[in-house]
Write a protein that binds this ligand. Structure first.
Ligand SMILES: NC(=O)c1ccc[n+]([C@@H]2O[C@H](COP(=O)([O-])OP(=O)(O)OC[C@H]3O[C@@H](n4cnc5c(N)ncnc54)[C@H](O)[C@@H]3O)[C@@H](O)[C@H]2O)c1
Length: 333
């Protein structure tokens, strides 16, 4: 199948595209190589994808409508996975405009192009941050998502809402999936698993927010990709919900699905796992809570399971070991 993936030089887009290529699909990949973190890492990811003759990279910004339209016209994709975004919770405090540009303008352009070049299924990445200040655990897709705590969360929720409107107006099947703290090889240097591994490896002091009193539903990237791929086959059909847990819209072929492990882990236990794998103790600097952070994330995966028969399964000990192995090999190369 001809597939368009946005954000292919990014962590998750890279893994997804690699898996799609391995399964024999043709993948066009859009990425702007945004210098939010090390662009050399993004280029290495694209170079690996480029080993396949079925990968066609397009380095452009989704905010550039004519350039993005040219890709749709040339590629005529049958399916689109939209993962490109300005991510990161803390960066949003200082650079809110980049979130509006990538996540609102970029996502709007993509929706408009999917309207002009309809696809079998549009898959849209969203985030557990959409649950904002919710305290009811686990987070269920039917819970209201109206209390975003950062501009990141607000712009990702905006893209969900815009996608619903387009799905309704143009009868375009859309699945928006909310991820929960994804980690693994080729991960993101701005995220805690990489930062902690780096600090522990080099004996540097590391900041631990809210005195470590946080729980995260850490999701291993291979599980996430499996969940996304299975969901891509579960095309939403208006009027055909899979059960009471379904979020299928009454007004559109649109649904929202969590993809998370469904087993939150204490941050300090996660750090202990990294210490075990690296073989050194962390030098800790306990800090207060950061603005915009939430203390807990916890995915209800009932709907994911009902739609796909799949639940993420990689436990933190296994996932951290895989990440630390990769981190060492990456830095040794
Ligand atoms: N990693 C996580 O834990 C996590 C959790 C929840 C949601 N998500 C979502 O998953 C998706 C992928 O995240 P990731 O962790 O791979 O992030 P990432 O930053 O590694 O990848 C995103 C990629 O998108 C590209 N990009 C950004 N704005 C663009 C634009 N306007 N045009 C073209 N390319 C652009 C960036 O250059 C980057 O390579 C995002 O939508 C993110 O919001 C990630």
């Amino acid at each position: 199948m001809k597939i368009l993936v946005t954000g292919t030089a990014g962590f998750i887009g890279f893994h997804l595209a690699r898996r799609l290529l391995a399964e024999g699909h043709e993948v066009a990949g859009i990425d702007a190589m945004v210098p939010y973190y090390d662009v050399a890492l993004k280029q290495r990811r694209h170079a690996i994808l480029g080993e396949s003759p079925n990968f066609r990279p397009y380095v452009l910004n989704l905010a550039d409508m004519p350039a993005t339209e040219a890709v749709f016209a040339a590629e005529r994709p049958e399916m689109v996975f939209h993962l490109a975004a300005q991510a990161g919770v803390r960066y949003a405090l200082e650079h809110p405009e980049s979130y509006v540009q990538s996540n609102v303008v970029g996502s709007f352009n993509l929706l408009e192009l999917v309207r002009r070049y309809p696809v079998r299924h549009l898959m849209l990445a969203s985030t557990s941050s959409a649950y904002g200040a919710n305290t009811k655990m686990p987070f269920q897709e039917q819970d209201p998502a109206v209390t975003p705590l950062t501009i990141y969360a607000a712009t990702k929720t905006a893209s969900e809402l815009m996608a619903h409107a387009y799905s309704h107006l143009w009868n375009q099947p859309v699945t928006a999936f909310r991820f929960f703290t994804v980690y693994g090889p080729w991960g993101r240097p701005d995220m805690a698993p990489w930062k902690f591994t780096d600090a522990i490896t080099h004996g540097r002091t590391m900041d631990i927010y809210n005195n470590g009193n946080m729980r995260r539903d850490f999701t291993f990237v291979d599980d996430l990709v499996e969940g996304i791929l299975r969901l891509s086959a579960a095309v939403p059909v208006q009027g055909q919900p899979v059960g009471a847990c379904d979020t299928l819209s009454p007004a559109a072929p649109f649904r929202l699905v969590n993809i998370g492990l469904g087993e939150p882990v204490q941050l300090l236990d996660f750090i202990a796992e990294i210490e075990r794998c690296v073989g050194r103790p962390a030098v800790r600097n306990y800090m207060p809570m950061q603005p915009g952070e939430v203390t807990d994330t916890f995915a209800d995966t009932t709907l994911l399971h009902a739609l796909t028969g799949f639940r993420p399964k990689v436990r933190v000990d296994e996932g951290v070991a895989a990440f630390v192995r990769w981190y060492r090999a990456y830095h040794a190369a």
